[in-house]
Each structure stands twice: as structure tokens, then as C-alpha cells.
Design a binder for this molecule. Structure first.
Ligand code: HEC
Ligand code: HEC
Length: 263
């Protein structure tokens, strides 16, 4: 049986769009051919028909090629290193006991992985493996994974749906205010600026989804960042240590509570 995976679906869409464009271009060429045939026939006799038609077809083919190249580059830009979600599902059996079979963990200190951007998850797995991100529990889990395994696992979890939690109404306003507006006096930027107003992050910039995450996990991450933890020796890896530096413990609790019910 043919397995339907995310990357196969993207290929089918790509092929369909390209075909449609070629079809459209062929229609345009056909209309142009008829017009020129008529014009040339009326004005100058048959002598000109062939060169004019050849020129039109050359132009048409060039346009088709150009469009195909643009679409192909777009496709590759969007689909770099895309993993195979179906293969990832099989490989995720060893993750299920902590993160849940569908990536929604029940224990609140084990993060939910469902719905997280593929590139972010793949990156964290390889950071755990290289030891750049401190991995108390995860170290042993990633030791035997190849780059392809990580990409497939990430593809699988990104295809799952996050179960959003709920926020304790008491702390909600404090958390929301910092999430949406930061704290100017302390130069704490609005979380929303990178993670989005609904906590969906930005896959192209490597900003993770936060929406719905267990507050216990988020709180633990923010405390680690506050203590200066970096996840990698690059720009993205250092951002959160700067962001969390001046957050008070109470503000961290409030943010984690707000994020748990965010969607
Ligand atoms: C024994 C429990 C356990 C198992 C099994 C486990 N994890 Fe984890 N995972 C954790 C904990 C705890 C964390 C929090 C970070 C830490 O302390 O290492 C975590 C963190 C992560 C993160 C980082 C999430 C984020 O939002 O940054 C990813 C990705 C991840 N795990 C993927 C996996 C994958 C894939 C597997 C299976 C190959 C797996 N985990 C197996 C417990 C587990
Ligand atoms: C300038 C962009 C930026 C801002 C502003 C920002 N973040 Fe982040 N955040 C990141 C990036 C990038 C990462 C992932 C780091 C990595 O990939 O190593 C991250 C990771 C996180 C994580 C870890 C997620 C996980 O699943 O483990 C949490 C929690 C988080 N941010 C919360 C916040 C909160 C709360 C604020 C506001 C106080 C905030 N962020 C502001 C860019 C930002």
C-alpha cells in the first residue's frame, strides 16, 4: 500500500500547480497562435507565419520554465529536511510513555510535543544529542537517534494536535500583560513579539509554539533560562537567557499559567 506522508502530499500539490500553470500557458500560446495566424494571413501572406509562431512558442516555453523554477525553489524553501511523519509515528513508540502517544503528555513536567514546529523539535533533539541543551532525562533518549530519525519524529509530533490546558484566572492578568506588552522599565520584551499573540511561534525564525504547554514545564524552562541557561551557542539559543534575566519568580509563574490556557 502507498503510504501518504506530508512530504508526498506537498509533492502532489506542487505537481498539480505546475501542471495547471503549464496548461494555462499552453492555452495562451494557442490563443496567440490563432491571432497571429489570422493577422499574418490577412496582412502579409504565409511567409511570416512560421517564424512568428516559433517565436511565440519559444517565449511561452521560457515563461513555463521560469514559473516552474520559482515554484520549485519555493517548494524546497518550505520543505527543507522535511521528515516522514508516518515513519516518525512508528519511531515514537519509545517516547509515548512520557510524551503521550499523540504528543500530549499527562505529567505536567514532561512537555507536550503535539503541534510543535517540526524544525524546532528536530533542532532540540539534536541539541540534546550534542549536549548543548542540558538533558537530564532526554540525554539517554536521543543517544541512538540519527538525524533522519529526529526529523521523522519531529514531523510526526508536528502533525498532531495540542490539547490546550486552562489558566488559573487569578494570575491571568499579570501573565497576559507581560506576554503581550513586556516590562518596559526592566527591558523585558513582549513574548508576543516572537511567540505570536496566540502562542503559535514562527517556524521560519525558529520561535517555538508555546500555546497550551503545561505550566509546570514552562515554569521550569523559564527558571532555567533565568539562571542563564542557553540551549545552543547561536543567536536563537541565547535569546531566552536575556529575556528571562529580570523576570521575578512570581512573574514566571504568572506567564506559565497564562501560556497553559493560551490558544
Ligand atoms: C522518561 C521520560 C521521557 C521519555 C521516554 C522521552 N522524553 Fe522527551 N522529555 C522528557 C523531559 C522530562 C523533558 C524536559 C527536558 C529535560 O529535562 O530533558 C523532555 C523534553 C523533550 C523535548 C523538548 C521539548 C521542548 O518543547 O523544547 C523534545 C523535543 C523531546 N523531549 C522529544 C522526545 C522524543 C522524540 C522522545 C522519544 C525518542 C522522548 N522525548 C522521550 C522526558 C522524556
Ligand atoms: C526575540 C524573540 C523572543 C522573545 C521576545 C521571547 N522568546 Fe521565548 N524563545 C525564543 C526562541 C528563539 C526560543 C527557542 C530557543 C532555541 O531554539 O534554542 C524560545 C523558547 C522559549 C521557551 C521554551 C519552549 C519549550 O518548549 O521548551 C519558552 C517557555 C519561552 N521561549 C517563553 C517566552 C516568554 C514567556 C517570553 C516573554 C517574557 C519570551 N519567550 C520571549 C525567542 C523569543
Amino acid at each position: 500500500m502507498v503510504k501518504i506522508t506530508q512530504s508526498k502530499i506537498i509533492w502532489v500539490i506542487y505537481a498539480y500547480i505546475t501542471l495547471k500553470l503549464i496548461e494555462q500557458e499552453v492555452r495562451v500560446i494557442r490563443v496567440k497562435m490563432t491571432t497571429f495566424y489570422v493577422i499574418t494571413l490577412c496582412n502579409r501572406g504565409f511567409g511570416l507565419i512560421i517564424p512568428v509562431l516559433k517565436q511565440q512558442i519559444r517565449l511561452g516555453v521560457k515563461t513555463i520554465m521560469k514559473k516552474a523554477i520559482v515554484i520549485m525553489s519555493l517548494f524546497f524553501a518550505l520543505n527543507v529536511n522535511a521528515g516522514d511523519a508516518e515513519a516518525g509515528k512508528t519511531k515514537s513508540a519509545m517516547c509515548a510513555s512520557c510524551h503521550g502517544a499523540d504528543g500530549n503528555s499527562t505529567n505536567p513536567v514532561w512537555p507536550k510535543l503535539a503541534g510543535q514546529h517540526e524544525q524546532y523539535t528536530a533542532r532540540q533533539l539534536s541539541l540534546f544529542k550534542s549536549g548543548q541543551r542540558k538533558a537530564t532525562v532526554m540525554g539517554g533518549m536521543v543517544a541512538g537517534l540519527s538525524e533522519a530519525d529526529m526529523q521523522d519524529l519531529a514531523a510526526y509530533f508536528s502533525s498532531q494536535k495540542t490539547n490546550i490546558g486552562s489558566s488559573n484566572p487569578e494570575l491571568l492578568e499579570v501573565g497576559k500583560a507581560i506576554y503581550q506588552g513586556g516590562v518596559k522599565k526592566l527591558k523585558i520584551p513582549a513574548c508576543m513579539a516572537c511567540h505570536g499573540v496566540a502562542g503559535k511561534g514562527n517556524p521560519l525564525s525558529g520561535y517555538p509554539v508555546l500555546a497550551g504547554q503545561h505550566s509546570a514545564y514552562t515554569e521550569q524552562r523559564l527558571m532555567a533560562f533565568k539562571a542563564g541557561e542557553v540551549t545552543a551557542d547561536d543567536d536563537n539559543g541565547k535569546i531566552m537567557a536575556d529575556v528571562a534575566k529580570y523576570l521575578s519568580d512570581a512573574e514566571i509563574k504568572a506567564l506559565a499559567n497564562y501560556i497553559q490556557g493560551l490558544y
